[in-house]
Design a protein around this ligand. Structure first.
Ligand SMILES: Cc1ncc(COP(=O)(O)O)c(C=O)c1O
Length: 343
């Protein structure tokens, strides 16, 4: 039987047998009433891993990010972020639609904003202006090809933000990829941020779920907003159990995904007409530029790879995206590499 090698995203993973067992055995209760023991256990564990006072389980990374912005900011406030970040580009402008906020975007390099770029961005207090309230960073950076934020730069930007009275939020959907690759613990990255969002449903392999961590006060308000945004869940221990399993068992193995991305990158680099947009991958995300004269458009290339059971996404007319994750084996990476080589 030929199996499909799905490299579209690290969100396509399905729960493993052990994870499903943990889900089946989860002790549950009504979490809106604060009575789901497994959700509570996940929240306490995530808060500990991230070195924060408290944490809250939510259905998605979009919700954890948007509720963080809602909790930290008032209507008419502005937050600073990279122009290619997820919060700005891929959450339907929810900060504007739902919370009446404005974004001040900065062109980061692979999503990395440097301290020098933040100078003069804080607006003076004046009736004409929105109020600059928060800085949002993303690590690792999705559109930056899984780029890891240099730790010193996180420190510099966040120290500057705090010294100027700004709040800091981290979209850490793939923070653990940075943790595994750098050896810097999650709590050390998180120390620089007032709130941190992590996704359990990406490289960590849970079917659903994200966690927002921060102070007791912020998480109390986040819980109120979770209900307001329709994210109050009842016996969610069934999915929290998957998240807990993921956090306890699937962090270290992210290194395998990075190794697989590097291996796939070798095939791509070697192929005439293909090049790696951002060079060798830092983590598990690859962007690939196509010489359309030689190989045809991204849609053509996607179709030809699909004929060989390899699925990737066309990002634009001449760019592809491929991610590695725990549902692709080393052997499948070799097969995918051969499919690229045969284009
Ligand atoms: C960096 C980043 N942040 C947030 C999200 C949103 O996560 P979700 O799809 O769970 O809403 C994603 C999803 O791809 C992401 O890549």
């Amino acid at each position: 039987m030929t199996t499909t090698i799905d490299l579209r995203s690290d969100t396509v993973t399905r729960p493993s047998a052990d994870m499903r067992t943990a889900m089946a055995n989860a002790v549950v209760g009504d979490d809106v009433m604060g009575a789901d023991p497994t959700a509570i256990e996940l929240q306490e564990f995530a808060a500990e891993v991230l070195g924060k006072e408290a944490a809250i389980f939510m259905p998605s990374g979009t919700m954890t990010n948007q509720i963080a912005l809602r909790v930290h900011c008032q209507p008419g406030d502005e937050f600073i972020c990279d122009a290619g970040c997820h919060v700005y580009n891929y959450e339907q402008g929810a900060f504007a639609q739902l919370s009446q906020l404005v974004a001040k975007t900065v062109e980061g390099e692979r999503g990395i904003i440097k301290l020098e770029q933040t100078q003069n961005l804080i607006r003076r207090e004046n009736d004409h202006f929105v109020r600059t309230r928060l800085v949002c960073l993303e690590n690792t950076h999705n559109r930056g090809g899984g780029a890891i934020y240099p730790f010193e730069e996180v420190t510099r930007v966040c120290d500057w933000a705090h010294a100027n009275g700004l709040i800091t939020h981290l979209d850490g959907a793939r923070l653990f990829n940075a943790v595994v690759e750098t050896g810097i613990p999650a709590s050390k990255w998180a120390e620089h941020f007032d709130s941190v969002s992590i996704c359990l449903s990406k490289g960590l392999g849970a079917p659903v779920g994200s966690v927002l961590a921060g102070t007791e006060d912020a998480i109390y308000m986040a819980k109120r907003h979770r209900k307001l945004f329709g994210g109050g869940m009842r016996q969610c221990g069934v999915i929290a159990a998957a998240g807990l399993y993921a956090l306890k068992n699937n962090v270290e193995r992210l290194a395998d995904d990075h190794a697989k991305a590097k291996r796939l990158a070798q095939f791509i680099e070697a192929k005439d007409g293909l090049s790696l947009t951002f060079g060798k991958p830092d983590t598990n995300i690859l962007f690939v530029d196509i010489d359309v004269e030689k190989l045809g458009s991204a849609d053509d290339v996607v179709a030809r790879l699909a004929d060989k059971n390899v699925i990737v996404l066309a990002e634009s007319d001449a760019r592809l995206r491929a991610l590695t994750h725990l549902d692709v084996t080393n052997e499948q990476i070799e097969q995918a590499g051969q499919a690229f080589a045969a284009l």
